[in-house]
Design a protein around this ligand. Structure first.
Ligand code: SF4
Length: 349
């Protein structure tokens, strides 16, 4: 049995040729899958029954479903999705006055083991297929319409997993999300966030992608960064600086640096000085400073307000475009770095 949604239209037309069925039937199936988002072959009511039976004997449609939803006091909505093989992923809706942003997952678990991240304490079970990512986004878009009366305005790949380690499927999903037949979203409203896989950042440049890129930097020196992000041992800051410059040279795409402030670890003025030096070497538009949300497994804490303010003020004094991102959805563990299939009682699914 094959996943019907992974079969491209030309391949499906060939199958219909072999079955002695007219080719336009393949286009009808394609429409059911990608325009009407059919959950089953049985729903494809304009296909003759014998054709549906042949399809059912050879293919299946592995739809993603919402398993559990939690709503935060601040309007953030966290979902646990169940996949066809009973794996779970999480996706979050973050509303503001002008936007609704979906934070989506790209893998079940993660192999990179960042020390501050709840997902990093889960093993990577598998990559998501592109159609599962599209389902995730489609379900979040429907939920956004229902909850806020607005469709999604932005998508960030900052949920569970490292998107650049599931490169092909993530790019294919973005292609579907941005086509007029899909959600028709502009690629400029999509941000892929990476922990820093230099080779794949260069690949994005070679592929001329049009979405935005964010680098989870989180520390200004290799010694500090390797302590919290083991991937830094094989992809150090110098390699990332080179890769980001290459990406920019090829795409002229927008780059953001993400920097979570950890108390007494990377929140001092000395760290801010190092960060500014690094920022000058990267064609980045913005540094997003992120408030840390402590998770049970990690030793890190959030700095106090005065330290955070001093850090922001230092960057501003050096004319760095900086934005302090207050975390959302903390009461439901939906904030940055907290996604780990944890239910309200704290049990990992
Ligand atoms: S921060 Fe991202 S890359 Fe690091 S462990 Fe968490 S999900 Fe994986």
């Amino acid at each position: 049995m094959k996943n019907l949604r992974t079969v491209a239209l030309p391949e499906l037309q060939q199958v219909f040729d072999e079955w002695g069925e007219p080719r336009y039937r393949a286009a009808q199936v394609h429409d059911w899958i990608w325009k009407k988002y059919a959950a089953s072959i049985a729903e494809m009511s304009n296909l003759p029954k014998p054709v549906r039976e042949k399809l059912e004997a050879n293919y299946f449609i592995p739809k993603v479903a919402i398993h559990h939803t939690q709503e935060s006091e601040d309007g953030t909505v966290k979902n646990r999705f169940v996949l066809h093989d009973n794996n779970y992923i999480e996706g979050v809706l973050i509303p503001t006055d002008t936007r609704v942003t979906a934070c989506v997952s790209s893998q079940v678990g993660c192999s990179l083991s960042c020390k501050f991240c709840a997902t990093g304490y889960l093993p990577r079970t598998r990559n998501l297929y592109f159609d599962e990512i599209v389902d995730e986004v489609t379900l979040l878009n429907e939920q956004s319409l229902k909850h806020y009366g607005r469709k999604l305005s932005n998508i960030v790949f900052m949920g569970m997993g490292e998107p650049l380690l599931n490169y092909k499927e993530v790019l294919k999903a973005i292609e579907k999300i941005t086509t007029p037949e899909g959600l028709g979203m502009s690629p400029r409203r999509i941000t892929v966030s990476t922990a820093g896989v230099a080779k794949m950042i260069r690949q994005l440049g070679d592929d001329g992608v049009r979405f935005k890129l964010a680098l989870s930097l989180h520390a200004p020196t290799d010694v500090q960064r390797s302590e919290v992000m083991p991937i830094n041992d094989s992809n150090n800051i110098a390699a990332l600086v080179d890769a980001l410059n290459y990406f920019y040279q090829k795409t002229k795409g927008e780059i953001t640096l993400e920097y979570i402030l950890f108390k007494d670890f990377n929140d001092g003025i000395k760290d801010a000085e190092e960060l500014v030096k690094l920022f000058r070497k990267i064609p980045a538009d913005l540094i997003n400073l992120i408030e840390y949300n402590p998770i049970g497994q990690a030793r890190f804490q959030k700095p106090d307000e005065a330290t955070t303010d001093a850090f922001v003020r230092y960057l501003e004094s050096k004319k760095v475009n900086v934005h302090l991102r207050r975390s959302r959805g903390k009461d439901i563990d939906a904030a940055c770095g907290q996604l780990a299939n944890v239910d309200s009682e704290g049990a990992v699914a």
